[in-house]
Design a protein around this ligand. Structure first.
Ligand SMILES: Cc1cc2nc3c(=O)[nH]c(=O)nc-3n(C[C@H](O)[C@H](O)[C@H](O)COP(=O)(O)O)c2cc1C
Length: 310
């Protein structure tokens, strides 16, 4: 088993489809994310060198360490994709948590929680095939009647996983209800590899409470970082000093746009991000409508400048 890298902080950017592109990851890193993940990428599409998938695994020299998250049901393709990625990334993460039908109908994502034997095969064969650490991200189980996060964590550890991330919801829950941090704590107590907790951490106060109560090694932040990558600085400051400040959302968005240009991110992706940065702003809902109408980056920039002047 390869050891999980020693990270410079406790807060990690969680993988998010359509969100954790290279520019967003670089911004989160700038604000202190200890590790970042790509969105989940179809391993078979990487093997086939699909342009869309190759775009998703673009990296920047500034973001280190960075994990690539793969999903798929073919062990052969997962291994081939992992080998293709291992020179650019520091960690290969396997998605065993996605509840989307398009993914689980193929036996991938959270459907793998039903098949611990397959998880064992994937992790052990991958560990033998690549030189960098292998991790996995799971949910607590398929449904309330089948909670098996502890069992999966033990299997993963035995098979050579370097760390495990647990989202405290079942596949059936999707995003409803609350994340169950008791099960995350049980996973932490059951294995020796680092455990990364995940679910419903939106503020530095949430972060500290969950860290203290569960004893996990790290915490993944997803929705809390959407439109507010500065949350990583807030968390790090709060853990160190008990205080934190805020940063203007449009200022953060402008930083994202600058990085997005550097990394040639598509305009429609920039627009999606722009919308999320306006959540919670006074006049935000009007601004979002106008953002949706923009047709070019120049138009978007003019709109943001005039909004800032109001
Ligand atoms: C827009 C969006 C996209 C997501 N995409 C992924 C993904 O590609 N891979 C993954 O493992 N989880 C994905 N997730 C789940 C998050 O990583 C995380 O597990 C979940 O949102 C719970 O964390 P939170 O409460 O901090 O949001 C996604 C979540 C959101 C909101």
């Amino acid at each position: 088993m390869k050891s999980f890298p020693k990270l410079q902080g406790k807060a990690i950017l969680s993988p998010m489809e359509g969100v954790t592109d290279v520019a967003f990851r670089e911004l989160c890193r700038r604000y202190g994310a200890a590790l970042t993940y790509t969105e989940f990428v179809n391993s078979t599409a990487i093997v086939r060198k699909s342009k869309k998938s190759l775009d998703k695994i673009k990296t920047s020299k500034i973001e280190k360490p960075v994990a690539v998250q793969l999903f798929g049901n073919s062990i052969k393709n997962i291994i081939e994709a992992a080998k293709f990625c291992e020179t650019k990334f520091d960690i290969i993460d396997i998605n065993c948590g996605c509840p989307a039908w398009k993914v689980i109908q193929t036996g991938a994502g959270s459907a793998m929680l039903n098949n611990p034997e397959k998880i064992k095969e994937i992790i052990s064969q991958l560990s033998d095939s690549v030189k960098i650490p292998i991790t996995l991200k799971i949910r607590k189980g398929m449904n309330e009647e089948n909670i098996n996060a502890v069992e999966i964590a033990k299997i993963a550890e035995k098979s050579g996983a370097s760390a495990i991330a647990v989202h405290g919801r079942t596949q059936k829950q999707g995003y409803s209800g609350k994340a169950d941090w008791e099960i995350i704590k049980k996973v932490k107590q059951a294995v020796k590899i680092p455990v990364i907790g995940n679910g419903d951490v939106f503020t530095p106060e949430d972060f500290k409470k969950r860290l203290d109560e569960s004893g996990v090694d790290y915490i993944l932040i997803a929705r809390g970082a959407l439109g507010n990558p500065y949350i990583f600085k807030q968390i790090n400051d709060y853990l160190l000093t008990g205080r934190y400040d805020s940063k203007d959302k449009i200022g953060q968005l402008n930083e994202y746009i600058e990085l997005a240009l550097k990394h040639k991110i598509l305009f429609r992706q920039i627009k999606t991000h722009a919308v999320s940065f306006t959540k919670g702003l006074q006049g935000g809902s009007e601004l979002r409508k106008e953002i949706n109408l923009t047709k070019s980056l120049d138009e978007l920039k003019v709109l943001l400048t005039s909004f800032r002047k109001i």
